[in-house]
Design a protein around this ligand. Structure first.
Ligand code: PLP
Length: 394
């Protein structure tokens, strides 16, 4: 019998509590969105860089504190396009501890991913492991600001400068994050944002490339529109990566709500840290004090002395109607299209492997009530207490 099934806590149906999901998209009040829809219906401009697209691009650049934004249909197409725009080929150094789209964007460009291990405290690519992974075929580094925590952008830039490599940040988690007083999205050559429903800021689906000069933005804008420069001129084998007016209008409206969204997320983060920081065997994130974060995720680590394994806790929470997420598990390097690579071997990635076995992301979204947060904490505490009180099997 599985040990966790002997923990005698009532299930959510027995307790009558409604289930708690791991995330829930923030949506503005519908009546606020209706005027935007009326404008779209009246103008019949649905896409191809219409008025909402233009407004949202410039409002977003202002909000984020970045020079240039190119809106996209989603972050995955934006990642694929960023690699095309910089003509990246050969090998790219990246992290196995991410969502699978990070590495998939490389395969879609015929590029070989080279995985390096993470720093176990930040979950970001360990800059000290990068140099050993560089070969004559390396052309770029693709790090991820995992859970919205800024990478060591200075160290990564120094290595890129020394070896003449480009840097493309997968910044899907890093909307609005500031590092040393400025947007982390200005680090490296390009940064890619995701506005997927599950992210801190959503446009239903959507994404963007942040770049640093107007010529590069123009090139990206051509690439996302099939390579069209004008009605009769196609300069590259571009793709259709355009964001529609519907998504851009929603984004424009969502921006107004961001201060309240971030404030609520910070409150939830504080409750979790306060309560779970006391629980033996649970490690809460230690966010850097000098950076402005976005509280996009609340990853905790379940250490062996907690009593239950991470997977046992995950199942126990599920039984109680609380959805956690084993994010990121499995590692990208464990999926069949990657696991044959020499850099994908687990012995090369001890910290990423351990994190993927120990981390569980707890529910975190502005619609979560204080009582829900406390119920999650109570459930984790109770699971630990009860398993420790159990006599060992003879
Ligand atoms: C969500 C996510 C993506 C993919 O974003 P989409 O907009 O869904 O394509 C890529 N990388 C990371 C790290 C993500 O979390």
């Amino acid at each position: 019998m599985r040990r966790s099934s002997t923990v005698s806590i009532l299930s959510s149906t027995q307790t009558g509590h409604p289930p708690i999901t791991v995330t829930q998209p923030h949506l503005p009040p519908l009546e606020e969105f209706l005027p935007y829809l009326e404008k779209i219906w009246n103008s019949k401009v649905l896409t191809n860089g219409g008025p909402f697209h233009k407004q949202f691009e410039s409002a977003l650049a202002d909000y984020l504190g970045v020079p240039h934004v190119s809106l996209f249909t989603n972050a995955t197409i934006a990642l694929v396009t960023a690699l095309q725009a910089l003509r990246i080929s050969g090998e790219v150094i990246t992290t196995p501890y991410s969502f699978v789209a990070t590495a998939h964007s490389l395969l879609w460009n015929g590029i070989k991913p080279v995985f390096v291990d993470i720093d176990p405290h930040t979950y970001n690519m360990d800059p000290q492991k990068i140099e050993a992974a560089i070969t004559p075929n390396t052309t770029a580094i693709m790090p991820v600001h995992c859970y919205g925590r800024p990478c060591d952008t200075e160290a990564i830039q120094r290595i890129a400068d020394d070896y003449n490599l480009k840097i493309i940040y997968d910044a899907a988690h890093a909307f609005g994050v500031q590092h040393h007083g400025q947007s982390v999205l200005n680090a490296g050559d390009m940064s890619i944002l995701s506005f997927h429903a599950t992210k801190v800021f959503n446009t239903f689906e959507g994404g963007a490339i942040i770049c640093q000069d107007a010529r590069t933005k123009q090139h990206i804008d051509h690439l996302k529109n099939f390579g069209f420069v004008n009605e009769v001129t196609v300069v590259a084998a571009g793709i259709n990566g355009k964001m529609s007016e519907f998504n851009a209008a929603l984004g424009l409206l969502q921006l107004k709500h961001m201060p309240a969204v971030l404030e609520r997320r910070a409150q939830i983060d504080a409750i979790y840290r306060d309560r779970l920081g006391q629980v033996d065997g649970v490690e809460v994130p230690q966010w850097p004090a000098h950076d402005r974060l976005n509280w996009s995720y609340f990853p905790i680590r379940i250490k062996p002395h907690f009593g239950l394994s991470r997977d046992e806790l995950y199942e126990e929470l599920k039984r109680l109607g609380i959805a956690g997420r084993r994010y990121f598990y499995p590692l990208i390097s464990e999926f069949p299209m990657y696991r044959g690579l020499p850099s994908a071997q687990m012995s090369m990635l001890p910290h990423a492997t351990e994190a993927s076995r120990e981390v569980i992301c707890l529910p975190q979204y502005p619609g979560l009530q204080d009582a829900d947060v406390h119920r999650v904490c109570d459930s984790i505490e109770a699971a630990a207490t009860q398993v420790k009180a159990m006599p060992l099997a003879a």
